[in-house]
Design a protein around this ligand. Structure first.
Ligand SMILES: [Zn+2]
Length: 105
């Protein structure tokens, strides 16, 4: 059976951070994006895999930043959205409804 599946990356959170000055331009405006890889089947997200990845970039000059405390904070606080389990939830619902139909017939 032909099966399209693989890995994709979703952006699960976007935020701005104003407590840290960019060393390059001295601006307090950082852009924070949190990514999570997920496994997809026919391009439907099935379940998340791997770790969250936090990318920080200066909004003013575009310089990438590595601020460990901020990255850790966002790794902890950004929750994986439930739609990354979309196909798995659909599959479970399908199985449950089949079972229910089987028992009520
Ligand atoms: Zn900057």
């Amino acid at each position: 059976m032909f099966f399209i599946h693989g890995k994709k990356t979703a952006r699960i959170k976007r935020d701005t951070y104003h407590q840290y000055a960019c060393k390059n331009c001295k601006d307090f405006d950082l852009d924070i994006r949190v990514y999570r890889e997920y496994f997809h089947v026919f391009f439907l997200p099935f379940f998340p895999i791997g770790y969250k990845e936090v990318k920080i970039r200066c909004n003013n000059c575009g310089e990438p930043k590595w601020i460990e405390s901020v990255q850790k904070h966002y790794e902890k606080t950004s929750r994986t959205p439930f739609y990354l389990y979309g196909a798995a939830i659909l599959l479970i619902l399908l199985i449950v409804s089949c079972v229910v139909v089987e028992f009520t017939m």
